[in-house]
Write a new protein. Structure first.
Length: 404
């Protein structure tokens, strides 16, 4: 080790000061057992301005050589650009915008996850994952050469493992039954979810209002939005509560536990050569990373990163078989009923008309709900954009509500 390297390591920051530690909601200081290199693991909420400020303060204190972000390589480009204080406004649904809308209109995750997230982004005035972009930008101000590394498992592998886990280990019938009892019948209301569901219900009602926004209304909406996104800080309690729900318990291992192993391994690997590193992750991963830091192996991580190709494609094959068997059964029943004639044939024709009508009604209802959700998201973005522009014009603060 050269003199300059020795001096650089001796000047590595120590533990965070108490004043800064009190500000950071989740932060652990880890050191490599052999060379003493330090890693600050900062846990935050992906939709919280306070997390951005905490990350900014930790980076300003540490002046790290590198930043590790909880992203896979596919999503790393999203944090390289300067994050906006509000989401982009969705294009209007029209034939002229068909080419723009088509790529994400066929994406199921856009309707299930992205649209609700964009509504929260519009209310809070911050993009999801802004704390990771903040870390990258803040570190670049202190050092000319700062390495940025994506340390998360590929999202495609995680999704494939969640699907196969639910299908093979839990079973589609039990998942569907538990989902029906919990989400439809409401027979199982988990205490850790009561407040979140209550805040989300009130917030959704406020989002669909067509009235102009004022400071008091915006403040109230942002308080409810922070209540919805704050579950990460009490993830341990929430995790214990959800373990009795099969359709959620089946994805805990690939979504949390295995990713903790990958994150801890990547952070430990980076600390071998980097004097000081800041890792920005979700608050739910901090405890797992601390427990597994320095205790993982290359073989263990390689096994986790291996996509479950055989199991995944067996699920696809079974679904494809079901899609073939169902029409075949209908065709066989039609043939037998037609041969029997009389009441059997009349019942089959009646059932067929009812089935077709029900399918068309269900499809129309789902399309209408998707249209309503899209329009509600766009209208909300427009309302908040106009509100923030008015605030800028009047000399006010267009940023989101401060939880500090």
């Amino acid at each position: 080790m050269g003199v300059l390297q020795w001096f650089d390591r001796m000047m590595a920051p120590d533990d965070l000061p108490e004043t800064l530690r009190a500000r950071a909601l989740r932060c652990e200081t880890l050191r490599h057992p052999l060379n003493g290199n330090v890693v600050y693991v900062v846990g935050g909420s992906h939709l919280n301005a306070t997390s951005c400020r905490d990350v900014q303060r930790v980076v300003d204190f540490a002046k790290p050589n590198g930043v590790l972000v909880e992203l896979c390589a596919e999503r790393l480009d999203s944090v390289r650009h300067r994050h906006r204080f509000a989401s982009q406004i969705l294009p209007e649904l029209s034939v002229a915008n068909l080419a723009t809308i088509a790529p994400f209109a066929v994406d199921v995750m856009f309707w299930l996850r992205t649209l609700p997230t964009m509504r929260l982004e519009a209310v809070l005035g911050i993009n999801e994952g802004a704390e990771q972009a903040t870390a990258v930008q803040a570190a670049a101000k202190h050092r000319k050469q700062v390495f940025v590394r994506a340390i998360d498992a590929p999202c495609s592998v995680t999704i494939m493992k969640c699907v196969t886990s639910l299908w093979h280990k839990v079973g589609p019938a039990k998942v569907a039954w538990d989902f029906w009892k919990t989400e439809v019948l409401g027979s199982h209301v988990y205490p850790a979810l009561q407040r979140i569901e209550g805040d989300m219900t009130v917030l959704e009602a406020m989002m669909r209002e067509g009235t102009a926004l004022d400071a008091a209304r915006v403040d109230e909406m942002q308080r409810y939005a922070h209540g919805v996104t704050a579950f990460e800080w009490d993830w341990g309690t929430l995790l214990d509560t959800l373990k009795g729900t099969s359709y959620l318990e089946g994805i805990i291992k690939p979504l949390i536990e295995e990713r903790d192993t990958v994150l801890a391994h990547q952070i430990y690997d980076a600390s071998r050569t980097s004097r000081c590193t800041v890792a920005v992750v979700g608050a739910a991963h901090v405890a797992g990373i601390k427990a597994k830091f320095g205790k993982t192996t290359d073989e263990e991580v390689a096994a986790i990163l291996q996509p479950p190709t055989t199991d995944y494609y067996s699920v696809v094959a079974q679904l494809a078989a079901l899609s073939f068997v169902s029409p075949a059964c209908v065709f066989y029943a039609r043939r037998r009923c037609k041969q029997a004639g009389g009441r059997a044939w009349q019942c089959f024709r009646y059932a067929r008309y009812v089935g077709v009508t029900a399918s068309l009604a269900t499809s129309s209802f789902m399309m209408y709900q998707a249209y309503q959700s899209y329009q509600a998201t766009r209208d909300l973005q427009v309302r908040f954009h106009e509100y923030r522009m008015r605030m800028v014009k009047d000399g006010g603060d267009p940023k989101c509500y401060s939880m500090a």
